[in-house]
Structures are given as structure tokens and as C-alpha cells.
Design a protein around this ligand. Structure first.
Ligand code: 5AD
Ligand code: SF4
Length: 439
């Protein structure tokens, strides 16, 4: 038997890329690859890239440049670029960086083994198609490796919303939902392999409308079916769009016991004028009313969001409206970004905000979010939560896991094992985590 070849994958960007990287490793497992933690001894290096903001693509090119020495030392080393930069730039990547042997877009991962073989044969292999078949079905799993207690599961991909700033509709393509039964069987398989918490992924996850036995299923319907899987303890989903927050999904938050009280619901801006220019098709008011309804169903739900500051034409008054909205919602967590011009998107052509002003707004926004985040963490002190242990902590006898609300919680619990789901009383709040005592 020949020695296994070594595969190094570096993942950038969103959780969907994390999931895709696992699937790519499994697909190449069938070609005799095992994963390695360092690029130094790899036979194949894959960068699974993100194109959502400018810097991400530039990072990829500078990372590729660093592999020059490795390729000189090992001429058999193959270098591949996957993900959204691969989709957006295509052949341009090979032109700009001749070290690259293989380029594969996010919808073509099931063709990776064939592409790898072509690259091994000395060809430059490229595939950035949008094929019709379900790539996840064709990606054959390695036989039943055990898993950690949490897993991602992609249920929906792509987006038809065309927000004026965003490349996703171009890089990930049109919105496609996987059939419900495939998702359920993948979930059952994950649970048999040790998974207790599943996060359903999709760029527009609440637009899910996958085929079920009796017509299309909504995300809520899918969640209720997952709720019935023995051994699965927790369900999460991300990322949602305000316009697809249907009544059945809102009530699931109140009624479905395995659905966790955490919701990532990006609003991007609190100014109706900017929301309109962003093509978001909701207003600040309709978003706030939606949150009221969600909180009526599940009062303790922790909200998280995404914000863009310095979107073209944003004035100080527009920005102030965003701060006002944040004051009203009080997010437990938020991702905030300075607007980054994406060529080919409508907003790229418009009057850009002075970068200094945008940086200054970003700082003010982040300060407000941090204040709320710290207050909300402080309010957790004294409360009882459930914690799913994900790994040992840095201190002797310590475990780290997540609460229902996705707060990281440290617990001294020497007898415990990874995967235990325990009751904990919160004792302290630190900057990025909580500490508690097992009950
Ligand atoms: N500039 C800055 N942030 C962006 N996002 C998407 N596109 C851009 C862009 N061009 C942010 C949005 C989105 C998150 C995933 O990334 O807030 O919700
Ligand atoms: Fe991008 Fe999300 Fe808007 Fe779709 S809904 S275009 S993924 S920001």
C-alpha cells in the first residue's frame, strides 16, 4: 500500500466554508488523502476562500505567495483555490499566481477528485460551473468517523435577494434548498457519530423550501422534524433574512424545545433611506416590529446582527438612525463592517463615504454593541443555563462549552467529558466568556 498523501486545508470566511472544507476533505479522503495540520509536509494545499470583503481576497493572494518555497522544495505539491474567490476570479487566479494548479468554485466540490487527478497529471484544472446536481449527495463520506458534539449542516445555499453591496448572489449563485429527507438522514448520521448540536446553515437559511414527502417544507417544518431525532439535543440556524421570518418559524422559537434561544438576524442599517438604497426591502420599523413578535414568542431570545457602516451616501443622520435601532434591540452579539466596494455590485458605482468618517462610525457602533454585550452577559450572572461541553479549558479540570444563548462558559468540572450537557449556574462575566458552577 502506498503512504497516504497529505492534505492541508485553510478555511476563510463563513461557517458554510467550514462545512464545505470538511466535505472536501472527505471527498479527497477517497483519493487517499489524510488531513495534516501544517502546509509544510502537504502534498496538496487547498485554500477555501471568502470574497465577501476586499481584504479577504488580498489575503489569499499573499498566502499563495508564501507557498513558493514549499513548491520549490516539493515539485509534486499541488495548490488549489476553492470557495468564493475561486468562483469570482476563475482563471484570473492562475494568471496572477502561476503556483496554482487547481481552481474549484463552491458548487463543484463533488468534482474535486476528478480535478485533483487532472492536476496530478500536470494540467491546470478549473471548474467554476453551477451544476444542477446536489454536490453534497455526490460527495461520498469517509466511513463513519466519530465527531465532536457540534456540527454544521448546510440546508440551503445561494441567494436571490441581491442586496446592493453583496457578492453572494454572484459567487454562490441562485437560492437552492436541499431536499428535507437528505438533511434528516445526514442529521441522523451525525447524531450516531456523537453530534448533539446541529447548526443548520444557509446564506438565506430561513428562505429554506426543500422538497419533502408532501410538498415543499419550510425551515420550521424541517426544525420540527429534527426535533424528533433522539440524541439530538440542540438545533440552531444561521443566517436569516428579516423578510423570510415566517409565523411558523417565530412560533417554533416559542414551542420547539430543542431550538435554541438565539437568532442571528442581520439588519445592516437603521436608516430607511439607506435600507432602500441597499435593496433590503424592509424598514427599520418593520424590523423592530418583527423583533417584538419574536420576543413575544420567546422572551429570553438573544439577538445578534450584522451591520455595514459607511455604505455609499450614508450621512451622520443615517448612521445615528442605526445607533438608535441598536439601542432599541440590544444585541447580545453583532458583526460590524466598514462598507467594502465589491466590483460588479450596484453600490460599487455610487458616491463613497470618506474612509476616515466610516472608521470613526464603526468605532462608535462597536463601542455601543460592546456595552450591550457586556450588560447582557452581566445579566446572566446568577442565572441557570445549560452548557454543552465542547473542549477542555486551559486550566486543570476545566471544561468550555456554549450556553443556549451561545455564550462561551468555563466550568471547573474534572469528571466531565466533552459532549456532556450539564446545568450550570453563572457566577462571573469576563470580556468574551462567562464562568459558572455545575449544579
Ligand atoms: N462590505 C461590507 N460588509 C459586507 N457584508 C456583505 N457584503 C459586504 C460589503 N460589500 C457583510 C454584511 C453581511 C455579512 C455576511 O457581511 O453585513 O450580512
Ligand atoms: Fe448577501 Fe445576505 Fe443580501 Fe443575500 S440577503 S444578497 S447573502 S447580504
Amino acid at each position: 500500500m502506498t503512504a497516504p498523501k497529505k492534505l492541508f486545508i485553510k478555511t476563510y470566511g463563513c461557517q458554510m466554508n467550514v462545512y464545505d472544507s470538511e466535505r472536501m476533505a472527505e471527498a479527497l479522503g477517497g483519493q487517499g488523502y489524510v488531513e495534516t495540520k501544517s502546509p509544510d509536509d502537504a502534498d496538496m494545499i487547498l485554500l477555501n476562500t471568502c470574497h465577501i470583503r476586499e481584504k479577504a481576497a488580498e489575503k489569499v493572494y499573499s498566502e499563495l505567495g508564501r507557498f513558493k518555497g514549499l513548491k520549490a522544495a516539493n515539485p509534486d505539491l499541488k495548490i488549489g483555490v476553492a470557495g468564493c474567490v475561486a468562483q469570482a476570479e476563475g482563471e484570473e487566479i492562475m494568471r496572477r499566481q502561476p503556483l496554482v494548479d487547481l481552481v474549484v468554485g463552491p458548487q463543484s466540490y463533488h468534482r474535486l477528485p476528478a480535478l485533483e487527478a487532472r492536476a496530478r497529471g500536470g494540467e491546470k484544472a478549473l471548474d467554476t460551473d453551477f451544476p444542477e446536481d446536489d454536490k453534497f449527495e455526490t460527495l461520498k463520506s469517509r466511513p463513519r468517523a466519530t465527531r465532536g458534539p457540534t456540527a454544521f449542516l448546510t440546508v440551503q445555499e445561494g441567494c436571490d435577494k441581491f442586496c446592493a453591496f453583496c457578492v453572494v448572489p454572484y459567487t454562490r449563485g441562485a437560492e437552492v434548498s436541499r431536499p428535507a429527507e437528505r438533511i434528516l438522514s445526514e442529521a441522523r448520521d451525525l447524531v450516531e457519530r456523537g453530534v448533539r448540536e446541529i447548526s443548520l446553515l444557509g446564506q438565506n437559511v430561513n428562505a429554506y423550501h426543500g422538497a419533502g414527502a408532501d410538498g415543499d417544507w419550510s425551515l420550521a417544518r424541517l426544525i420540527w422534524a429534527l426535533n424528533g431525532i433522539d440524541g439530538l439535543e440542540r438545533i440552531r440556524f444561521t443566517t436569516s433574512h428579516p423578510n423570510d421570518m415566517t409565523d411558523d418559524l417565530i412560533s417554533a422559537h416559542g414551542e420547539c424545545e430543542k431550538l435554541m434561544p438565539y437568532l442571528h438576524l442581520p439588519v445592516q442599517s437603521g436608516s430607511d433611506r439607506i435600507l432602500k438604497r441597499m435593496n433590503r426591502s424592509h424598514t427599520a420599523e418593520s424590523y423592530l416590529r418583527l423583533i417584538e413578535r419574536i420576543r413575544a414568542a420567546r422572551p429570553d431570545i438573544l439577538m445578534s446582527g450584522d451591520f455595514i457602516v459607511g455604505f455609499p451616501e450614508e450621512t451622520e443622520a443615517d448612521f445615528q438612525a442605526t445607533l438608535d435601532l441598536i439601542e432599541q434591540v440590544r444585541y447580545g452579539y453583532a458583526y460590524s463592517f466598514k462598507y467594502s466596494t465589491r466590483p460588479g455590485t450596484p453600490a460599487a458605482e455610487r458616491a463613497q463615504v470618506d474612509p476616515e468618517a466610516a472608521s470613526e462610525r464603526l468605532q462608535r457602533l462597536q463601542a455601543l454593541i460592546t456595552r450591550h454585550q457586556q450588560e447582557i452577559q452581566q445579566e446572566m450572572v446568577g442565572r441557570e443555563v445549560s452548557v454543552l461541553y465542547e473542549k477542555p479549558g486551559r486550566l486543570e479540570g476545566q471544561m468550555v462549552g456554549k450556553s443556549e444563548y451561545l455564550h462561551a462558559v468555563h466550568v471547573t468540572d474534572p469528571q466531565a467529558r466533552v459532549g456532556d450537557l450539564v446545568r450550570v449556574r453563572i457566577k462571573n462575566s469576563a470580556t468574551h466568556s462567562l464562568a459558572g458552577e455545575r449544579l
